[in-house]
Design a protein. Structure first.
Length: 159
């Protein structure tokens, strides 16, 4: 059973960009540019916020606190927020804003990655949830700003 969680914590993250690329391929051509721009800006904003927050809130990793060896090797640094959960959270958030079905698949993948990282002992649940919150809020704000910008450029401002 441990091998399943080790796999989830280490390799399942790869599925997230693969599913997102499948979604991009199926997305109508006229929406692709916006999707890619929103995705890239959301990732950058989420990463910047996560780095800033990591200086304000320190959460020692579980294996540091409990003195129990994690199932995968990891540095004994600040665990908040989780970079892995942030990545899959941004991908899931952005795709969810464009398509709920693909988004649900990606949130399931994000859940698997997050819970696996908790079970293998390299993150607390708060590290995962914090990353998902940062990713979701950042992606939503960037998406709304992009919508407003493109609406203004087209002369159809939505309020």
């Amino acid at each position: 059973m441990n091998n399943l969680f080790i796999f989830g914590a280490t390799y399942v993250i790869i599925l997230s960009p693969i599913v997102a690329l499948c979604f991009l391929w199926k997305l109508p051509h006229e929406r692709r540019k916006g999707f890619v721009i929103v995705g890239l800006i959301s990732a950058a904003v989420s990463y910047a916020i996560a780095k800033a927050v990591s200086h304000l809130y320190v959460d020692p990793r579980p294996f540091v606190v409990t003195h129990v060896a994690p199932l995968i090797p990891h540095a004994a640094d600040n665990g908040f927020p989780s970079d892995h959960a942030l990545l899959v959270g941004v991908v899931a958030s952005v795709v969810s804003l464009y398509d709920r079905r693909f988004g649900a698949v990606l949130w399931f993948i994000a859940f698997l990655v997050g819970i696996s990282r908790v079970i293998v002992g390299v993150h607390h649940l708060v590290d995962i949830l914090g990353s998902f919150l940062i990713a979701s809020v950042s992606s939503y704000v960037v998406y709304r700003m992009w919508q407003r910008r493109t609406s203004e450029a087209a002369g159809t401002i939505e309020r």
